[in-house]
Design a protein around this ligand. Sequence first.
Ligand code: GBH
Length: 487
Amino acid sequence: MDLEAVQDVKGALCPDFFHGYATAAAQVEGAWNKDGKGQSIWDTFSHTPGKVKDASNADDSVRSYDLYKEDVALMKSYGVNAYRFSLSWSRIIPLGGRNDPVNEQGLQYYSNLIDELLRNGITPFVTLFHWDTPQALEDRYGGALDQSQFVPDFVNYARVCFEHLGPKVRHWITFNEPGVFALAGYAAGVHAPARSSFRELNDVGDSSTEPFTVGHTQLVAHGHVSRLYKTTFQPHQQGTIGITLHGNWSEPWDEADPLDQEAAERAREFEIAWYADPLYRTGDYPASMRAQLGDRLPHFTPEESQLVLGSSEFYGMNTYTSFFVQHKDTPADINDHKGNIFSHDNNKQGVSRGAESDTHWLRYSPWGFRKLLNWVWARYRTPIYITENGTTAQGETAPTPEVLDDKFRIQFFEGYVGELARAVQCDGVDIRSYFAWTFTDNWEWAAGYSDRFGSTFIDYDSPEKTRHPKQSAYYLDKLFTHLISSP
Ligand code: GBH
């Protein structure tokens, strides 16, 4: 746990740098039908046999709805100064829609949580949508597939949140990873609402069009909510509003091959610029996507384009890993969403993208993080908040002393946060937060409870979901004390 590997960046971060943990309502709260909460598409998904790897659901999850005071105290003991969490739309408006009743008990829960954070000197970062569309809206009109209905319902929900919670919140995030919501839910069909073209997996859906429709809905919904906040709430509430995008680094498989260089850039555009170009750069989708997808990619009206461009005041970044990308010599499949590329664990020289975690797609590759930060900064010139980054580790099955001394996760944080600090100190990238994913082990969507991302081990068999701190929680505290300069 020494800090030798990051001696070069001592004091590299500003005194007002935010650091803490990120979570999502559907993954931690439990209380899935308590105190008037309505069902979300994830409640439906988790109660459908065959959808979740360990056949689990998130009905109780880690019970943060009941245990939030204990959790805030634990976080405080970890030395954080910020906490990013999401609101459950169907806890606040059980049926979701603009003419549906508001659930006071739901609002009260979030108000209590925010008060508890503020009492402990922890700044709340609040996400409005982390993938959990109210099931009633999915049933009523197909949720995010229907832009004309979804947008006013989402704007109404946001207004309720700004009115009731806004006086105490300075940092709002509209959507978490709209790209993953669209691709996993409507292209691969492995997340809620479980739609795809693949009939052995899903009864309904069209992977070649729906993800792009849903992506467009989210961008326009974000634009309207941002406009609402800026015109009606920001003048007196004084907060900031943005969006969080996912994105991993794509490195050419053969760095000497111009076709692989192009393929890597195309992969970045399909994954990241799909959202970031409309929001921060051009008000439109990247040309590489239009070239491959044609009219399956929606078109922005001039009004939408104007609304979306410049609507996010910061760049919220979730990132975990890096891949080697090789071009394909064959035409793109109709269900391709990655820019017609092969993705590899090793490059042409046989160099690995990094050590394996306990999650197949996630490898330890901090070398790509710094490249990603530079790419995003060069292309968008917008202050970056790292809103998620973290890892699972092999063998974490019981809270033994060896497991709680989570050396792999400590190394991961040292590597990634070290690269972050170098991007700030050496490359001049404007980075303002780091939220580790995540505070406690939790319900990892379709992977159930099998993937443990927490800096706190959860004993799922105990009624109290007993929390056992892992050493990485204390390491992060030490690390940020070292990196942040004194005022
Ligand atoms: C984040 O998503 C989520 O915001 C968070 O809720 C989640 O718990 C956390 O990360 C950890 O997963 O095509 O097989 O290579 C990250 C989403 C997961 C999206 C992996 C891309 C690629 C799977 N990413 N996925 S694969």
